[in-house]
Design a protein around this ligand. Structure first.
Ligand code: NAD
Ligand code: UDP
Length: 312
């Protein structure tokens, strides 16, 4: 198949492109390089089946493709809050442009949504039928509400125009090719620990997240994209239910690096969700998917990646 991956030069997108190429597909990566990097996909550029396009999803584009994975959107709070209006445009106009393309060329299309659609959740763990607890006027709203509208557009293009859609709600994912300056907690802690700096814990560190290794996530993507079922168009949570406080995560990073780590507490950003854990029954039943990489193992691989980069 010929497959378009928007955000293909980003952290998750680059792993997805690699996996799709390994399975014998033609892959077109589209990216505006806001947070993505050429070096994430440099090792793919020689392959005949791979093509890279510099393009912004807020502008329309016409390509002949069989499938579209729509990942284009900055994912880290520091990056998506840098230009919040652009973040909303990327999610909303990006979805409209990619859905329009899918409709025109009859491609199946997949949206990278997020656990942020649950906001600061009052239901725990989060099931897909929970409507969420989201602030519409806060600093995180450009991302959370943009992604919520994108889900709405996916469902409406499906109902109104019969576009063949998939929606995944991704929970916190980590692994090699995150940026050292990405700003998310796993990369921050690892880079700080490797540099011998204090680990920055925001607030008391008692808030929780559930961390999924990127290879497990990509496996879930491929299964969801290629599964048929009556309710397949409705969102599916993909994440690792192993739930950790940020204090526990700091200790795990210390173990992975084999060093005693020191902590510095900084203020908690506004609207920071207190807890987050996916209920993955739907993914288990529909896709036969569950994560296979425990946190300790995934952290080891991520530490090796950052250790190499910092040395270089
Ligand atoms: P990332 O920042 O590494 O990747 C995003 C990519 O999209 C980058 O390559 C960036 O340059 C590109 N991009 C941004 N705006 C664009 C635009 N207007 N036009 C074209 N390209 C654009 O982040 P990631 O972690 O790889 O996230 C990928 C997707 O998964 C995002 O949609 C994100 O919202 C979603 N997601 C990620 C996580 C996670 O934990 N990593 C969790 C939930 C959802
Ligand atoms: N966090 C932290 N130190 C950091 C970066 C993040 O304690 O250096 C916390 C942050 O406040 C949040 C959690 O880690 O409670 C996860 O943050 P991240 O930005 O990785 O993801 P998100 O909040 O979007 O789930």
């Amino acid at each position: 198949m010929r497959i378009l991956v928007t955000g293909g030069a980003g952290f998750i997108g680059s792993h997805l492109c690699e996996r799709l190429l390994n399975e014998g597909n033609e892959v077109i990566a589209l990216d505006n390089f806001f947070t993505g990097r050429r070096e994430n996909i440099a090792h793919l550029l020689d392959q005949r089946q791979f093509e890279l396009i510099r393009h912004d999803v807020t502008e329309p584009i016409l390509l002949e493709v069989d499938q579209i994975y729509n990942l284009a959107c900055p994912a880290s709070p520091i990056h998506y809050q840098y230009n919040p209006v652009k973040t909303v445009k990327t999610s909303v106009m990006g979805a409209i442009n990619m859905l329009g393309l899918a409709k025109r060329v009859r491609a199946r299309i997949f949206q990278a949504s997020t656990s942020e659609v649950y906001g600061d959740p009052l239901v725990h763990p989060q099931t897909e039928d929970y409507f969420g607890n989201v602030n519409s006027v806060g600093l995180r709203s450009c991302y959370d509400e943009g992604k919520r509208v994108a889900e709405t557009l996916f469902m409406d293009y499906h109902r109104q125009n019969n576009v063949d859609t998939r929606i995944v709600r991704i929970f916190n994912t980590y692994g090699p090719r995150m940026r050292a300056d990405d700003g998310r907690v796993v990369s921050n802690f690892i880079v700080q620990a490797l540099r011998g700096e204090d680990l920055t814990i925001y607030g008391t560190g008692e808030q929780t997240r559930s961390f999924c290794y990127v290879d497990d996530l990509v496996e879930g993507f491929i299964r969801l994209m290629n599964t048929e079922a009556d309710d397949i168009h409705l969102p599916v949570n993909i994440g690792n239910p192993g739930e950790f406080t940020m204090n526990e995560l700091a200790a795990e990073v210390g173990k992975a690096i084999g060093k005693e780590v020191k902590i510095k507490n900084l203020p908690l950003p506004p609207d920071d969700p207190k807890q987050r854990q996916p209920n993955i029954e739907r993914a288990r039943n529909l896709l036969g998917w569950s994560p296979t990489v425990p946190l300790a193992e995934g952290l080891q691989k991520t530490v090796s990646y950052f250790a190499e980069r910092i040395k270089a």
